[in-house]
Every structure is written in structure tokens, then in C-alpha cells.
Design a protein around this ligand. Structure first.
Ligand code: FES
Ligand code: FES
Length: 160
């Protein structure tokens, strides 16, 4: 069965008929073609599929599209404006927070969600906010540095 779902995706209104069992991850990648959100474990374990729903990180592989009706969904494609990277994107780029990059969109969205709610996080708060995201490559030190730097950029006026 399908239903009409209205919500805001990356700042734009969407009105789509979606099957009740359509996962948000599949909607984003297969229906809309926004492939920045990654499929990793497909089971709620890795965080690669993280998006923001009303500014809170959400695993899109565990979220039914119908449940975001009336909500605001942001994917990694929403970040950066007028050719300028967001604070978190710059942090990961300049502090070498990614290697293969597969996990990076999930880390970036979890970090963006953190900075939207807590612009001055401690290292413990950063680690807690990224606790649902797994990286096979970096050892996490560079990722933490990237988010700390992103918080500095955000404090100086760059959107997260
Ligand atoms: S793909 Fe969603 S948590 Fe791994
Ligand atoms: S950079 Fe390769 S999995 Fe994180």
C-alpha cells in the first residue's frame, strides 16, 4: 500500500506517493537519486546512512519514509552554499578526516547535527555524538580533530 507523504528535503518541499515499506535510505538513493547517503551494513550498525530529521541524526536504513511526513530531512547534499563548503565539510577536508570516504557522509551529518544543537562540544561530547558511526580506515583521531576544527569554523561564522 502507498500513501501521499509531504515533507521538506534539503530545503525543498516534496509531495510523493511512497509505499508503506519504503525505507528512507532507498527513497533517497533509488527514488530521488541522492546517492551521497551511503548504504553500509543496511542494519543499523554502521552509521553510513545517517541523515538529519529536524536536525537530529537518524539512521535512514531503519527509517520508513512515511514516518518523516511533516518533518525536515537534510542529507549531505544540503551542506555547503554558493560553492563554499560547510564548517564540517571543511573540517573533514582540511584535517584529513576521511580516507576511503565511504563512511564520511554519515560522520559529516552526525557532526552537523551535533554542532546545530551544541556549537561548542567537548571532545567527550564529540565522541558520544559519533558513537553510532563506524570507520574502517582512519582510527578516529583525525575525525575528532576534524569536528573540533569544524566547531571553531562554526564559531567564526561558517554554517555547520
Ligand atoms: S547502513 Fe544504516 S546503519 Fe549501516
Ligand atoms: S574513511 Fe574509509 S570507512 Fe571511514
Amino acid at each position: 500500500m502507498a500513501r501521499i507523504v509531504e515533507f521538506t528535503l534539503n530545503g525543498r518541499k516534496r509531495l510523493d506517493a511512497v509505499p508503506d515499506n519504503l525505507l528512507l535510505l532507498d527513497y533517497l538513493r533509488e527514488v530521488i537519486g541522492l546517492t551521497g547517503t551511503k548504504t553500509g551494513c543496511d542494519g543499523g550498525e554502521c552509521g553510513a546512512c545517517t541523515v538529519l530529521v529536524d536536525d537530529s541524526p537518524r539512521l535512514s536504513c531503519l527509517t520508513l519514509t512515511a514516518t518523516v511526513a511533516g518533518r525536515r530531512v537534510d542529507t549531505v547534499e544540503s551542506l555547503g552554499h554558493d560553492g563554499r563548503l560547510s564548517a564540517v565539510q571543511r573540517g573533514f577536508h582540511e584535517k584529513l578526516g576521511s580516507q576511503c570516504g565511504y563512511c564520511t557522509p554519515g560522520f559529516i551529518m552526525a557532526s552537523a547535527g551535533l554542532l546545530r544543537k551544541n556549537p561548542h562540544p567537548s571532545e567527550d561530547e564529540i565522541r558520544a555524538a559519533l558513537g553510532s558511526n563506524i570507520c574502517r580506515c582512519t582510527g578516529y583521531v583525525k575525525i575528532i580533530e576534524a569536528v573540533r576544527y569544524a566547531a571553531e569554523l562554526h564559531a567564526a561564522g561558517t554554517p555547520p
